[in-house]
Design a protein around this ligand. Structure first.
Ligand code: XMP
Length: 324
């Protein structure tokens, strides 16, 4: 579906309306009279694909949101409500236990990504089979494929490009209508396809969710900590409109002081906020000091186990945006 080779600088040349028309036709042709499942996470990419597919095949589409327990605050409810307003029903599957069981005890970043990916497609594979569908539509974009192939990290949604056959591995045929686009182009297509601005302007959020923001073991308790911290960061930097902003729970402890002056070992939270157009390169945002202080104060107040809050200044490269 679509074999255009795209570069980030091509963004002005993307004719979003033509792209939408072509992809609607391509999805219709690929799915035929079958049904397809859309793997909706509420992020920009999967939201664009879900609306494209809804326009293409209407009632032959089932949109599924997997609640993996690794989402941002209130995400499952908000996504379901927003898509219902667009006339797209979304089924939420609660798979929290499966994901936390798969991630238990894993601290290696690449192992974590693989455990997430395997659980993700096992759950979707079952959903596809249960509904009698053959196709899984997902929002893989160009950067996901490039970085996985380069070996930077295994993006959760890249299978065929690294030699995994979704049909024999998980029981479905994968459709990836926006895999030639970069993030800025996806946003243009989102606008052209009628997605609300709230969605196409959203900050990117990685498929493996808060698992990418918990260094060390991913447990419900550690995810709850990072969820609270991410929410604080997102709320406080919203008016700066950065490309992406979040918090990370590090896998170490730092000395702090209790109210009675005694030593306390506590969690360390790193705040990450970056400017970018396509996620291939990024620079740390120059956050005004009062906003950083507010972030620090809110994190310390809301999460008493935290004894240090730091701001990450590294650019990509040599760093990456996320921490795993
Ligand atoms: P990095 O950390 O590689 O991230 O600089 C680049 C962009 O991709 C997002 N990201 C992911 N998105 N699945 C996704 O859908 C993933 O496994 C994944 N890993 C990173 C990241 O948030 C950033 O916007």
């Amino acid at each position: 579906m679509g074999n255009r080779t795209s570069t980030a600088t091509e963004v002005e040349r993307v004719d979003a309306k033509t792209f939408v028309r072509e992809q609607i036709a391509a999805i219709r042709e690929a799915v035929g009279s079958e049904t397809a499942i859309s793997a909706l996470s509420g992020g920009v990419d999967s939201s664009v694909v879900t609306v494209l597919a809804h326009k293409a095949i209407g009632k032959q589409l089932r949109s599924i949101f997997i609640d993996d327990g690794l989402m941002r605050k209130d995400e499952p409810k908000e996504v379901k409500t927003a898509f219902a307003k667009m006339g797209i029903p979304v089924k939420v599957i609660n798979a929290k236990k499966q994901f936390f069981a798969a991630l238990a005890g894993i601290t290696d970043p690449e192992e974590k990504r693989k455990a997430f990916r395997d659980t993700f497609y096992t759950v979707f594979g079952k959903a596809v089979r249960d509904s009698g569908a053959h196709f899984l539509l997902q929002g893989t974009i160009a950067a996901d494929v490039i970085e996985t192939k380069k070996g930077v990290k295994t993006q959760h949604n890249v299978l065929e490009q690294i030699g995994i056959d979704p049909k024999s591995g998980y029981g479905f045929v994968m459709l990836e209508p926006i895999k030639t686009l970069f993030k800025d182009e996806v946003r243009l297509v989102g606008k052209a396809v009628g997605l609300p601005a709230l969605f196409y302007q959203r900050m990117p959020f990685p498929g493996p969710g808060l698992a990418t923001r918990c260094l060390g073991e991913v447990t419900p308790r550690r995810v709850a900590i990072v969820r609270t911290a991410c929410n604080v960061v997102e709320e406080e930097v919203r008016r700066l409109k950065p490309f992406q902003a979040f918090a990370v729970l590090l896998d170490d402890q730092a000395t702090g002081m209790k109210k009675n002056g005694r030593r306390a070992f506590g969690h360390i939270i790193a705040v990450r906020c970056v400017e970018s157009t396509n996620a291939m390169t990024a620079e740390a945002t120059e956050i005004p000091w009062p906003i950083l202080r507010k972030i620090r104060d809110r994190i310390l107040a809301d999460i008493p186990s935290v004894t240090k809050v730091v701001y990450d200044l590294t650019a990509k490269p040599p760093s990456t945006i996320e921490y795993i």
